[in-house]
Design a protein around this ligand. Structure first.
Ligand SMILES: NC(=O)c1ccc[n+]([C@@H]2O[C@H](COP(=O)([O-])OP(=O)(O)OC[C@H]3O[C@@H](n4cnc5c(N)ncnc54)[C@H](O)[C@@H]3O)[C@@H](O)[C@H]2O)c1
Length: 275
C-alpha cells in the first residue's frame, strides 16, 4: 500500500466511474481528497461514500468561475495541492463521421476534453508549486489517442492532444520536480461506457477474443495506475503514458478465435461497439 497521508489530491469528475474509484483509492491510501463534480446526485453520492475529511465540490470544470473558486478553496483550506488528476472527459455520445460534426459538436467536445484541462491545470500549477518537488499531474486520456477509432475523430483528436500537452508541460515543470503523466484506458465499465450492457449476456465470455487479458477494464485498474504515477515509486517518471488496456494495443487488430487461435479478421461481427 502506498502511503499518501498528509497529501491533498484533486480529482475532476470524482462522482462516478474512474474518477470516483480514484477518489476512493486515494482516500484509502491516506490522502485528503478534493473532487469537483457537475452532477449533483453523483456529488452527493461521492460525499456519502468518502465522508470526512474529504471535500466534494459541486461545480463544472468547463466554467472558468468554478475552476477559479475551486483553486481558491483548495488554497484557503489546504495551502497547496500535491496531486492533480485531470479525469473529466467525455465523447458526449457524438458518434458520427468527421464531416458531419457541427461547429457546436466540435466546441462541446473541445470544452470537455481539452479546454478545461488547460484551465484546471493552469489554475492548479501555483498550488502544486506551493508544495513543490514531488507533486504531480496525471491526466486521463484514452487508448484511442494511440490508435485510430472510427466515427469518433474529433474526440480522439483532443485525447491525442493530451499526449502533446503532457510531454511539453512535463518539460516546463521538470526543473521544479513537478511530474506530468497520463494514463490511456481501453474500454472500462463506467457510467459513461456501460459496456456490460453493450455485450449481450451470451457473449460475455467472448471478451477474451477482443482483449488479450480476457476482460474489459474496471475503474480500479485505472485508479491503481494513477496512484502509482502520483507516488514516490514513479519519482523518475515524467512526460509519459501508461496504456491500461489488457494488451489491446499490443494486439493491434489481432483477435483470438473461439478455438483459441489468433486471427486478424473479426470474430463476431454482430457484437461489440457497433458504429
Ligand atoms: N470508460 C471508458 O471506457 C474510458 C475509456 C477511455 C478513456 N476514458 C476517459 O476516462 C475519463 C473518465 O471516464 P469515465 O468513463 O469514468 O466517465 P464517467 O462519465 O462515468 O464519469 C465522469 C464523471 O465526471 C463528471 N463530469 C463530466 N463533465 C464534468 C464537468 N464539466 N465538470 C465536472 N464534472 C464533470 C461526470 O458527471 C461523471 O461523474 C474520461 O476522461 C474519459 O474520456 C474512459
Amino acid at each position: 500500500m502506498i502511503d499518501f497521508a498528509g497529501k491533498i489530491a484533486l480529482v475532476t469528475g470524482g462522482g462516478a466511474g474512474i474518477g470516483l474509484a480514484t477518489c476512493e483509492a486515494f482516500a484509502k491510501a491516506g490522502a485528503t481528497v478534493v473532487a469537483i463534480e457537475n452532477d449533483a446526485e453523483r456529488a452527493a453520492q461521492a460525499r456519502r461514500i468518502l465522508g470526512e475529511p474529504h471535500l466534494i465540490i459541486d461545480g463544472d470544470v468547463t466554467q472558468q468561475a468554478d475552476v477559479d473558486s475551486l483553486a481558491a478553496e483548495i488554497d484557503q483550506r489546504f495551502g497547496g495541492l500535491d496531486i492533480l488528476v485531470n479525469n473529466v472527459g467525455d465523447f458526449l455520445n457524438i458518434v458520427k463521421r468527421f464531416e458531419d460534426h457541427s461547429d457546436e459538436d466540435i466546441d462541446r467536445l473541445y470544452a470537455v476534453n481539452m479546454r478545461q484541462l488547460f484551465s484546471v491545470t493552469r489554475a492548479m500549477i501555483p498550488l502544486l508549486r506551493k508544495k513543490g518537488a514531488g507533486t504531480s499531474i496525471i491526466s486521463v486520456s484514452s487508448i484511442e489517442a494511440f490508435r485510430g477509432i472510427p466515427i469518433n475523430c474529433v474526440y480522439s483528436t483532443f485525447k491525442t492532444g493530451i499526449t502533446g500537452f503532457t510531454k511539453s508541460l512535463a518539460l516546463d515543470l521538470a526543473p521544479e520536480g513537478i511530474r506530468v503523466n497520463l494514463i490511456a484506458p481501453e474500454t472500462t465499465e463506467t457510467a459513461q461506457v456501460p459496456i456490460s450492457h453493450v455485450i449481450k449476456p451470451d457473449h460475455q465470455d467472448d471478451v477474451k477474443q477482443w482483449i488479450p487479458l480476457g476482460r474489459f477494464g474496471a475503474p480500479d485498474d485505472m485508479a491503481n495506475a494513477i496512484l502509482f504515477l502520483a507516488s514516490p515509486m514513479a519519482s523518475w517518471i515524467t512526460g509519459t503514458a501508461i496504456n491500461i488496456d489488457g494488451g489491446a494495443l499490443a494486439a493491434s487488430g489481432w483477435y483470438r478465435t473461439a478455438e483459441d487461435k489468433w486471427t486478424n479478421t473479426p470474430v463476431i461481427p454482430t457484437h461489440g461497439l457497433l458504429f
